[in-house]
Design a protein around this ligand. Structure first.
Ligand SMILES: NC(=O)c1ccc[n+]([C@@H]2O[C@H](COP(=O)([O-])OP(=O)(O)OC[C@H]3O[C@@H](n4cnc5c(N)ncnc54)[C@H](O)[C@@H]3O)[C@@H](O)[C@H]2O)c1
Length: 260
């Protein structure tokens, strides 16, 4: 595990399965941790306690990432209490299956507003503060393999993650000389969160999905967290503008497999 002592990490979608794993992994590596999510504060009690148990500071705020003013004021509150975040993890996302014909304008706008605009909002508010304080840091977006192969059943989600990837690359170029490295992890099927809930409801779909993964396994949330930490490691001085694709080979196989 990298040594993140003295740093502050800020994570959106912090109460989701992957967000929780990232929050705990950051704390176990020595960072103080700020978590934000659209869920009520009561939902965060257990996680905040678990982070504090590691000896680190923890803070939870109820935040809707689709609103920039809210995100900016969240970052300001975190900075006052925990210091300027130098590890920024835009992770919040939603998905609703339906295909192009089933995607209404409202559904499209919601997914883009949370998954893409929301990620931009946190990256923007966080990086602006790093630049103002003259500190370096890391931004790690939580993307998806859905940006790497057509996903006709979830076009808004796939487009939001493809947009995120290009935002990450543009930021990486602009910020490299300022000590801020920007990368993305892109998981395949995780045995939790967005796809995990679907797999629980539909074990037949889960079995088929597992069978499509060339390595024949789903990913656990703490495996995603470990890859995020790897990209936050202060010893990593050169990886920027990269996608750490961890999809077990899924995107190498035919997109048509998804429809079988
Ligand atoms: N689970 C998977 O298979 C998988 C695969 C690839 C990528 N991902 C990505 O991992 C990330 C985390 O997803 P997860 O699987 O843990 O799902 P999750 O649903 O468990 O977590 C997402 C969290 O985002 C929060 N959220 C939703 N709308 C929000 C808003 N407007 N503002 C703030 N927070 C909001 C939710 O309340 C939830 O806690 C997402 O970016 C997702 O795209 C997940």
């Amino acid at each position: 595990m990298p040594d993140l002592t003295g740093q502050c990490a800020i994570i959106s979608g912090g109460l989701g399965d992957i967000g929780r794993a990232i929050a705990l992994a950051c704390a176990e590596s020595g960072a103080d941790v700020a978590m934000g999510d659209v869920l009520e504060s009561g939902e965060a009690t257990e996680l905040v306690a678990a982070v504090r148990k590691t000896g680190r500071l923890a803070r939870y705020d109820q935040v809707d990432v689709s609103d920039f003013a809210t995100v900016k004021s969240w970052v300001a509150k975190v900075e006052t209490e925990l210091g300027t975040p130098s590890i920024v993890i835009p992770n919040a996302a939603v998905v609703q299956p339906g295909g192009f014909t089933g995607t209404t304008a409202e559904r499209w706008q919601r997914e883009i507003a949370i998954n893409l605009n929301g990620a931009f909002h946190l990256a923007k508010a966080g990086v602006d503060r790093m630049l103002a304080e003259g500190i370096g840091g890391r931004v790690v977006f939580v993307g998806s393999w859905a940006a790497h192969a057509p996903h006709p059943h979830i076009p808004a989600y796939a487009a939001s993650k493809a947009g995120l990837r290009m935002l990450m690359k543009c930021m990486a170029v602009e910020l490299a000389g300022r000590g801020i490295l920007v990368n993305e992890v892109a998981p395949g099927y995780v045995n939790a969160g967005l796809s995990g809930r679907h797999f629980q409801e539909d074990p037949v779909a889960a079995k088929k999905a597992r069978g499509r993964v060339p390595v024949r396994q789903f990913i656990e949330p703490d495996e995603v967290a470990r890859q995020v930490l790897h990209l936050c490691d202060p010893a990593n001085r050169h990886t920027t503008g990269s996608t750490l694709l961890m999809d077990g080979g899924l995107s190498l196989t035919s997109a048509a497999d998804q429809l079988r």
